[in-house]
Design a protein around this ligand. Sequence first.
Ligand code: AMP
Ligand code: MN
Ligand code: MN
Ligand code: MN
Length: 275
Amino acid sequence: MNIDLHCHSTTSDGLLDPRAVVARAAANGVEILALTDHDDTGGLAAARAEALARGMGFVGGVEISVSWQDATLHVVGLRIDPDSTRLRTGLEWVRSSRIQRAERIGEALEKAGVHGSLEGALAYVCNPEIISRTHFARFLVESGHARDVKSVFQRYLAKGKPGYVEHRWASLGDAVSWIRASGGVAVIAHPGRYDLDSAQMKGLIAEFKACGGAGIEVVTGSHTPTQYREFAGYARQFELLASRGSDFHGDAGSRADLGVLPPLPQDLKPVWHDW
Ligand code: AMP
Ligand code: MN
Ligand code: MN
Ligand code: MN
């Protein structure tokens, strides 16, 4: 089965609207798709309807922004109920601070000599409640401050760079509990992207499991093949369910396309084993 459990639409920082994401997944041979926009479930109804019309399996998802110790992490919720009051209230709270954060990013970039970036980023925003660094990145590329999105992050937007501002997102425990309260399963997104040594990674996984988290992304567009093996090892050691997801944002070429990554290692228990 070709299952892709992580991607984005215009509801957050993707380039395609939810129906177009599903259409592209279908064209790529995806049989079950989860849409997992950042901190927002507003695209799920349209995506689900499109998937139903195409006879494709669909899973409602979300990718929650989390602050854990000094790091920002992402926790994916799968098979969530977007109508759950606890999940909805939690996500509303996470979204509510994005615009103030964006204002601080705009001020920080101004000091670094980049003018008008907040307005520039807003021009790329489709959902007024979700302004993300990706929208700033698109503006910075368009205005000639960097060659591509990857180099924008390296020069301006990654932690320690002039346009990076500290921000407090949801706690790990809150994110996992909102997902579980809505009937979903919580999965650590792209663990290889975090700047954690193996002791810190084990600490994160132990705390995640203690909060009720159950899965980890092993095969993702954010991992190298070496990292597939590394995080397959963590999945085995900590008895976590394994997930596979492209993290597609619509800008094919710079990231993995929907449904094209290799399958999970055979011996792992996939997060969809009992669906
Ligand atoms: P935010 O939630 O506003 O902090 O934005 C995070 C988003 O920025 C991620 O979901 C990615 O889509 C994007 N992003 C972060 N780091 C990079 C990177 N190095 N290259 C490209 N996109 C990135
Ligand atoms: Mn993103
Ligand atoms: Mn992410
Ligand atoms: Mn993502």
